[in-house]
Design a protein around this ligand. Structure first.
Ligand SMILES: Cc1ncc(C[n+]2csc(CCOP(=O)(O)OP(=O)(O)O)c2C)c(N)n1
Ligand SMILES: [Mg+2]
Length: 238
């Protein structure tokens, strides 16, 4: 969604250039594009606005910035979500499912990789952190925690998108209300990624849901696989 925020809120001064995947639609684009742009031109400052999901996909590239001393600035929009997918689900009338990310502290990871890094959790710290990052001429990462429920309204929103969003939110409200009054636990991810016992329990069926629910069931066979069958015996020839 950073592409949407950039297109909406960054003023193009006439000397700035904006790169992105745009209608190609590929995620995980910002960091590698920034590496390429900065390697081609070290005289300009390159700022990558990265999704947390995208950055997690190609994390190793951060070390490339250190190896080649590329003075790029990586700003992570850390909404803990595959945010665009969540939005697409909601536009289609579906409550959010399976889009929560189990991120580590990305500033700590970047720091371990040799970048300068800071995590920003309070909006009041943002200006100072941005000024600090821009004062450096070495690779630097800001892990900025953002609101996962922020909605990037498309340039030409349709009535059906709005209607789908309303349906999804209504379903989510009913689900929460039912969960609040239900003896079974309904918890949203990142509990999905915890141990089987921590995974959410369907209020209707009372058993873990989702593909990983399989792990919570006892194995059908003691060692998790069926015993080898003996080959059928052929009758002895007379
Ligand atoms: C290579 C690739 N994989 C999957 C997708 C589908 N997809 C589009 S946006 C998105 C989520 C991106 O999450 P994140 O990078 O955290 O950015 P956010 O939308 O949260 O800002 C996914 C999975 C894609 N467009 N490209
Ligand atoms: Mg995200």
């Amino acid at each position: 969604m950073s592409t949407a925020w950039l297109a909406r809120f960054i003023t193009m001064s006439g000397t700035r250039q904006l790169l992105g995947s745009y209608t190609l639609g590929s995620m995980a684009n910002a960091m590698p594009q920034a590496l390429g742009a900065q390697a081609l031109d070290r005289t300009h400052r390159v700022i990558a606005c990265c999704g947390d999901g995208g950055l997690m996909m190609l994390m190793g590239g951060l070390r490339t910035a250190v190896t080649y001393r590329l003075p790029a600035t990586f700003v992570v929009f850390d909404n803990g979500r595959l945010g665009m997918v969540k939005l697409e689900q909601e536009q289609g009338g579906l409550p959010e499912f399976g889009t929560v990310l189990d991120n580590p502290d990305l500033a700590a990871v970047a720091s371990a990789m040799g970048l300068h890094a800071r995590r920003v959790e309070d909006p009041a710290q943002l200006d100072e952190a941005a000024a600090w990052a821009l004062s450096l001429s070495e690779p630097v990462l800001l892990d900025v925690v953002t609101n996962p429920d922020e909605v990037a309204v498309p340039p030409k929103p349709t009535v059906s998108q709005g209607w789908g969003f309303a349906i999804a939110k209504t379903k989510e409200a009913f689900e929460s209300a039912r969960a609040a009054g239900s003896p079974t636990r309904v918890r949203r991810a990142p509990d999905h990624v915890g141990s089987p016992a921590d995974r959410p329990v369907s209020p209707r069926r009372g058993r873990p849901r989702g593909p990983s629910a399989r792990d919570a069931r006892p194995p059908r066979w003691p060692r998790g696989r069926p015993p080898a069958r003996e080959p059928p015996r052929r009758p002895a020839r007379a």
